[in-house]
Write a protein that binds this ligand. Sequence first.
Ligand SMILES: [Zn+2]
Length: 458
Amino acid sequence: MMNTIIGLEQHVQLKTNAKLFCECPTEGYLEAEPNTLVCPVCVSHPGSKPYGVNEEAVRNAVKISLALGCKVVTEKPILVQRKHYFYPDLPSNYQRTSKPIAKDGMLSGVRIREVHLEEDPGRYDLRTGKVDYNRSGIPLVEIITEPDIKSPEHARKFLDELQAIMNYLNVAREEAGSTRIDANVSIGGHNRVEVKNINSFKGVLTALTYEAMRQKNLIKNNIEIIQETRHFDEGQGTTIGLRLKETAADYRYFPDPDVPPITISEKKVKEIKKEIPELPAEKAKRFVRDYTVSETDAFVITQEKEFADGFEKIAHKIQPRLAARFMRGVLKKQLNYRGLKLSNSGLNEKKIIELLELVEKKRITPKVAEKLLVLMLDEQKPLKKLPLYEELVGIEKEGIVEEAVEKVLKEYEKAVKDFKKGEEKALHFLIGKVMHLTKGKAHPEIIHKHLKKRLKAG
Ligand SMILES: [Zn+2]
């Protein structure tokens, strides 16, 4: 049996004003001068005592847990523990991490085992040996899955769905490095390997594909898999053995005597539940049902809330399937190229409707619509003020199609005769010639209309 078995532990930074156990600000911690957003608590000066846990962080973690279908722990206080290890980014030599605040959820067919709340360590630069503690104490949620993931692609799909949920809830930070993933990988009953330091979603696919392949090759050659922790090298796309796998006992967990346990009431859970919006999976289902768009289009469109809401407004004015295809394909692609979102692209629903109306009325082809979209993004001008607007959209008005039709009819007399004899194929040939002459700007249906009219008349 060579089944791949994967479990994930994902760490996501929470969007809060202050750190988890002190009042240091978190905003702009990456750009700030190193070690300026710190206090005695988050750099662990002797005698410093942590504040009570940041309630905003607890709320955010509960919201995420509920969206993942977890049961929140309300029946007893949740202990905050110290997890000990030595590394320069950890000034106290322990990381504060809560016992599970929620359990037993489900996403993408993967069971969620537990959700924890913990504090981020600082940032240690291996090359310079310098440490920046601005990040030290920023709240994280740790989401641990059961080993239900069956392939690297499945892991990627799970993480995409998780990311979409985070986007809808708007409680997670979005800076680079705000999401970090560890993965447990094993092959059908053999020893398990933990892969650490996967810092991007793209990295997940590479790291897991490499690691599963490495283990399968060892098994084929009858070499035993060592239970160990490996480090993902993103540049090389490989994993490197770090150390034999540590066990929970190695971390010498014990309850932090300085921090009171976290209590979450049923009432608070109910309150937070009400704040959860329609989530991406439900929205996608509704789009398929109400707008008859394809499942793939609906899935892509609903990955970001803003984009999904934009689609819904547009779909009230434009044929939904046309709008879905355009937004999922062309629009998404062009925004991605530029690293833009709909909100900061200069586009809005009104502008997209204006453009798609031209496609709907067959005044331009989807290809021309893409050209115009590129210009709208790059020139930041209204559609009708674009330098090529007249040329691309005014083509019918100026009689360019008629002119091209005349030219083609004269040049390809044989095709004209064939058509009159009843050969439909000849008409397609003529349409092709006119399209070529108008450099693909004229819509085939418009050409068809003009050709038919002329062939009937002549
Ligand atoms: Zn602090």
